[in-house]
Design a protein around this ligand. Structure first.
Ligand SMILES: [Zn+2]
Ligand SMILES: [Zn+2]
Length: 234
């Protein structure tokens, strides 16, 4: 609930709760940051997943992707995974801001935010939203939009199916279950989509969610969709 969203004092690490002088607001301390595993340089140029060598992962070599590039600063393991689970399932919406800070630093290294026209968070199904009280991707998107002064649009994309918890599904089942999971709100159908959309989510698993959202936007003549998540599953 929003009423539970108490802003912790400044200089408190959002991951471990320690007081660290000079840390600032909504940040992770150096010790916690060292527990996050960066994806590193050797990653797929399309989906951003860590790979052993080459340019693209096996999946991206075989199948087209709707988005031009997905990237994430961290691997979905250890503390990164724990933070995402806390954010989604343990009612810690305040973590979204600190996580978005990490995503921003990573994205800004390549100055990619300069070409983005608008930011779109992956929506939750309304039942899930009602249960949780917030959309974690939406909170991240708003933190990024504020930092970069880029508009955030939450009402274009609608999740039409309450998909089973995706983590229970295999890659193929996930792709199938997501094929028609998103649509554009009919109120917005006649509008012209911006050229460069940045799609935000907490974690990229197979990339099927991002792909399903991208398909909707491509149908409405968006030129390019990039995807930014806090973590990516190897
Ligand atoms: Zn810490
Ligand atoms: Zn890939």
């Amino acid at each position: 609930m929003w009423s539970d969203w108490i802003y912790p004092e400044t200089d408190i690490c959002f991951a471990c709760g320690d007081y660290v002088e000079g840390l600032g607001r909504a940040k992770f301390c150096a010790s916690c940051r060292s527990k996050l595993s960066p994806v590193g340089e050797t990653c797929c140029r399309r989906c951003g997943k860590p790979i052993a060598d080459g340019e693209f992962c096996e999946w991206c070599r075989q199948f087209p992707r709707g988005f031009s590039q997905a990237s994430a600063p961290y691997r979905y393991q250890g503390l990164a995974r724990e933070l995402i689970l806390r954010l989604k399932y343990e009612n810690h919406p305040e973590l979204a801001r600190a996580m978005a800070g990490e995503m921003a630093l990573f994205f800004e290294e390549r100055k990619e935010e300069k070409i983005i026209d608008c930011i779109v968070p992956v929506p939750l199904h309304r039942n899930r939203y009602r249960e949780r009280g917030y959309n974690q991707a939406g909170l991240m998107a708003h933190a990024l939009g504020k930092r970069w002064e880029i508009p955030v649009v939450e009402d274009w994309l609608i999740r039409t199916e309450a998909t089973r918890a995706l983590k229970e599904l295999t890659a193929a089942e996930r792709k199938r279950s997501l094929r028609h999971a998103f649509r554009l709100d009919s109120r917005f159908e006649p509008i012209r989509m911006p050229n460069h959309i940045l799609l935000i989510d907490d974690v990229l698993t197979t990339g099927a969610t991002a792909e399903s959202c991208s398909t909707v936007f491509l149908k409405w003549k968006t030129k390019e969709i990039k995807v930014l998540t806090f973590a990516t599953r190897a």
